[in-house]
Design a binder for this molecule. Sequence first.
Ligand SMILES: [Zn+2]
Length: 325
Amino acid sequence: MLVGQERAEAILSRALRHGRVSHAYLFVGPEAVGKNTAALLFAQALNCDVRDEGRGMRDEGTNFSPSSLIPRPSSLDPCGVCDSCRRIAAGTHPDVHVIVPGSKGGQNISVEQMRGVRQDVARRPIMGRRKLYLVPTAEAMNEEAANTLLKTLEEPPEYVTLVLMATSPTRVLPTVLSRCQVVPFGLAPAAAIRDWLQANGVAAEAAAALAFSATGRPGLALRWSQEPEALERRRQALRLLEETARLRQRARQNPGESIAALRLAERARTLVGSEESDGAGPRPTAPRARGREKPEPGNTRMTESPPQLCTSPAGRSHSTSASRL
Ligand SMILES: [Zn+2]
């Protein structure tokens, strides 16, 4: 589930309910607030075996009929347990591709990867209703890659949806931005994060402390709940920063202490940096909902490029999601 993202959830669930799904979205918001989780839930809802696009959930265990629809107007509601939902959570669905910087492009998504997407969209979905291409760090597209993507955005087949994610709309080319429906994400209220953690088995006191420290980012709170040492590193960093502030005060009277202050600040930055740098990244952030399998960060397979379509310049095929089916 999403935590404290009612606006984004309303936009996406409305699109699902009315069967008016855009061919391109840009999820915009801070890191670790749930953009990746929302993208995966959206992909699941669009391909869920027990949910029909534009209509909602069917009663499980009965034949489909209009009277058996369960309206769920305000949430993304894939069942989470059908074959499609499970494959998407595990990163093995042949029609849901996650595009992250590949080994060839360093920090960037390469133009070759985007050419691969362009070619792949022409092929109809293999097992789902809709093909999705998720780009967790749209900022990583250089201009050439973005321009290649533009050609896909101009005339995508009706079964294709692209979901780009970025921390700011200014981080993507205006020409790309203008072709996407923007879905805003924000920092989540601490109370919402606390309640969500508690609902997923974190003790009340720890949940409150984690929610406070995470400053609106459920993804960080979740990670810290699973890795207590990460939270401890952050606490140490905060203590160092407080000590640094005190030393700086003293250094005004005694300049000899300024070196010590600088050293402490550097140690604190190292400690915090190791946490913040990958606070969101291309990873899901939600604990399980309704007993579904929790999409652990490591479980979501990130393909460098869409399956069955990208070969490196040397002609070697990348491993594919499809090959694992
Ligand atoms: Zn499902």
